[in-house]
Design a protein around this ligand. Structure first.
Ligand SMILES: Cc1cc2nc3c(=O)[nH]c(=O)nc-3n(C[C@H](O)[C@H](O)[C@H](O)COP(=O)(O)O)c2cc1C
Length: 191
């Protein structure tokens, strides 16, 4: 079974390290994993042109449709974002909007397992709101959302501002790893 990890940061920073740490746990458990940083992709806005109402296509010419095809092949998706003004990054939100073809053409993410990771510079800087925003996107795709386990949070949440800070947040990284273990547990039940 395959798990796709997405980082919604504009840079190769804390979110990336958290998503990769979660994927490492899943790889150790025997899952196939793939990492994608949205920072490396050209992502234009959804303009509500309606093209995806009739076919699995998009009028925007960029990197998004290729990524949507990869998402279709995953059994689980872990999406991470930095906290930006108590919400997901604009890059991740733009990408979420562009996933409309997946929903319109047969609810293609339905029943895939989904989990969320968030990092913010402040301890209570809105990371839970970010996780909730990611969960909402997953629920609109009829995915099966999981949180973490044992640490009893909503997903993986770290505090960090400078590059590498998240990895130093031991409590936060435990929630990241437990989120990955919860994804593994859910996939185990499905498989
Ligand atoms: C425009 C902007 C807005 C931010 N807003 C918040 C915020 O609301 N709460 C918070 O805790 N951190 C905030 N931060 C800090 C980032 O979430 C933090 O630096 C994070 O580690 C960045 O993740 P990255 O390294 O994956 O890009 C903000 C940073 C920027 C640049």
């Amino acid at each position: 079974m395959k798990v796709l990890g997405l980082s919604g940061s504009h840079r190769h920073g804390n979110t990336e390290q958290m998503v990769k740490a979660a994927l490492d746990v899943l790889k150790e458990k025997g899952f196939e994993v793939e990492y994608v940083s949205l920072a490396d992709l050209d992502i234009k806005y959804c303009t509500d042109c309606g093209a995806c109402k009739n076919a699995f296509t998009c009028s925007q010419k960029d990197d998004v449709m290729a990524l949507l095809a990869r998402m279709r092949e995953a059994d689980a998706i872990i999406a991470g974002s930095p906290t930006y003004f108590a919400g997901v990054s604009g890059r991740l939100k733009s990408f979420f909007d562009r996933t409309l073809p997946l929903r319109r053409q047969g609810m293609m993410l339905k029943d895939k397992v989904g989990a969320a990771l968030a990092v913010g510079g402040s301890r209570n800087g809105g990371q839970e709101l970010v996780v909730s925003q990611i969960h909402s996107w997953m629920l609109l795709h009829e995915m099966m959302v999981v949180g973490d386990r044992k640490t009893a949070h909503f997903g993986g949440i770290c505090v960090g501002r400078s590059l590498g800070d998240a990895l130093k947040d031991e409590v936060g990284m435990e929630t990241v790893k437990n989120t990955a273990l919860k994804v593994a547990e859910a996939l185990g039940r499905l498989g």
